[in-house]
Design a protein around this ligand. Structure first.
Ligand code: SAH
Length: 509
């Protein structure tokens, strides 16, 4: 038998993807296999390399969670196959997380493990709400407890009579949403002042976080009226009175807006980050992805070009990216690009070219191939020119058709192909459970990709209940042809333009 692999019990933090540890993140993207729960931020899951084995061990829609024994057995099996295994758990693995049980089981079976602690929600949730768990004047202790009522008499239970007598301290209750009426009445019965300051932190550290401050006796009413749902925490104690002074998270233009991002995840990192800065919660559901294509004939034709007058036409960022990747793999001499003039469609394409130190010589007035075919021959001399049309597999052939008639020789060069990625398990349920407020379509095909993961009814429902933002006329045309109501179209056709439109729309409201 080969060497047994190691298991890493990793805390993913409570929601904000910035709250995983450096060590945790490093392991997540380097292990052979990952097991994750439903409290884990989807942005992590989407970014796990394709080649990593992924196991969702959380609750599936209408289903029970995977039993603990099954999770233990899976960890053991993977480790015995010699794999390094990241066991990703919400917030901290050892605080109400059963990480201890998993570790014990592994030790009993001779499997090495490491515990990578995480920020527990009971610390981070209050912090993002503006509530310090301790305070020099108001609280000299903090008590974390579970509000979950256990039917198992053997398990340790919370001594509510004792909790009710806490002095100069803070109580943080996990897993209490369904039991809050019982909890408050017991605490009051055992002598806790019914006017004790209290707060509810729902989805703490997520941009859609909600915070309610109240008094102990009012908690059940708020849960009911505001439809508070797990994950949520209750905080009891005088520190709650500091909340109005310390609140810091709330002041952002897109606060709490849930924005479905259908763009390929490889290119969406920046967009996720920008949305977070604006206070929105990006829902990372890529419906499209690209991979390299080796167009042997195209590259041969490219290398034979002798014309003095020669152009490279890039119509998308992917075109640039995959062209460059392949170019540097195939040729050892950057001067193979010498003498080419460069046409680009769209500001994003041109910007990316610039990062490669390739200035754009020609750009049509609008970012469509149609307009380029119409305008470019009027602006530049194409007679006797060689035109390399850098493309993806789904691109149209307008250039190939139109330019030969103007005396140019067109060399089509396919550098990438588009495919529809399947979402990792568990992510679809999350989307249906917490649907988006707004959807960003960065191309027409990103909508089509939704059907590879959702049924038609599910797609219709999500789209009808959200505001739709389109990156430009081409995407809008596709969307309109499929009867989608477009709320706004970006004035400048790039991601920044799309975000401007989003902020503009929501600040008018
Ligand atoms: N290991 C986790 C707790 C898991 S138990 C930790 O260290 O935080 C699940 C409970 O944690 C939920 O019922 C809720 O009370 C709390 N919780 C987890 N994430 C939360 C969040 N983002 N906001 C508020 N409460 C959260």
């Amino acid at each position: 038998m080969g060497k047994t692999g190691k298991v890493y019990l990793i805390g993913a933090g409570p929601g904000d993807p910035g709250l995983i540890t450096v060590r945790g993140k490093e392991l997540l993207y380097s292990c052979d296999a990952v097991l994750y729960d439903n409290l884990v931020c989807p942005e992590f899951i989407i970014a796990i390399p394709k080649t990593t084995e992924k196991y969702y061990v959380g609750k599936k829609a209408g289903d029970h969670p995977v039993p603990q024994e099954k999770i233990n057995e899976l960890l053991l099996k993977l480790a015995r196959e010699g794999k390094s295994v990241a066991r990703l758990k919400g917030s901290d693995p050892l605080i109400f997380g059963r990480g201890g049980e998993e570790a014990k089981y592994l030790k009993e079976h001779g499997v090495e493990f490491e515990i990578i602690t995480g920020v527990t929600s009971g610390i981070a949730g209050p912090a993002y709400a503006g509530i310090p768990c301790t305070d020099r004047m108001l609280a000299s202790s903090v008590l974390f407890l579970t509000g979950h009522k256990s039917s198992d008499k053997l398990k340790s239970t919370v001594p509510w009579d004792w909790v009710a007598k806490i002095k100069n301290g803070t109580v943080v209750i996990y897993m209490g949403v369904n039991e809050i009426s019982n909890i408050t009445s017991q605490l009051i019965e055992y002598g806790m002042n019914s006017d004790t300051s209290a707060a509810i932190v729902e989805r703490g550290t997520f941009p859609s976080q909600r915070v309610f401050t109240a008094t102990l006796k009012n908690l059940p009413g708020i849960v009911k009226n505001e439809n508070v749902r797990p994950p949520a925490l209750f905080v009891l104690g005088e520190v709650v009175n500091l909340q109005p002074y310390l609140e810091w998270f709330a002041d952002r233009p897109l606060l709490g807006l849930r924005v479905l991002v259908t763009r390929a995840s490889a290119q969406a990192g920046d967009l996720y980050r920008r949305l977070r800065e604006l206070g929105a919660e990006p829902l990372p559901y890529p419906t499209i992805a690209a991979r390299v294509v080796d167009d042997v004939n195209g590259w041969t034709n490219f290398s034979y070009i002798q014309n003095e007058n020669k152009w490279l036409i890039f119509t998308s960022e992917n075109g640039v990216r995959y062209f460059m990747d392949s170019f540097f793999k195939k040729f050892d001499d950057i001067r193979m690009l010498a003498g080419f003039k460069i046409a680009a469609i769209g500001a994003g394409t041109s910007k990316l070219l610039k990062e490669y130190r390739l200035p754009t010589d020609y750009m049509p007035s609008k970012a469509t191939v149609n307009i380029l075919v119409d305008e470019m021959p009027k602006a530049v001399d194409l007679k006797g020119a060689a035109v390399v049309r850098v493309r993806g597999n789904l691109a149209d052939d307008l250039i190939e058709k139109a330019f030969p008639g103007m005396g140019a020789e067109v060399v089509p060069l396919t550098t990438y192909e588009t495919y529809y990625p399947k979402w990792p398990d568990g992510l679809k349920e999350k989307l249906i459970d917490y649907p988006p407020d707004a959807i960003l379509f960065t191309s027409g095909s990103t909508k089509k990709g939704l059907y590879h993961n959702l049924s038609k009814d599910e797609v219709d429902k999500i789209i009808q209940n959200a505001k739709v933002f389109s990156i430009g006329p081409k995407a809008s045309a596709v969307l309109k042809s499929e009867d989608v109501n477009i709320t706004r179209e970006a004035k400048v056709q790039n991601i920044a333009g799309l975000l401007d439109e989003l902020v503009d729309y929501y600040s008018e409201k």
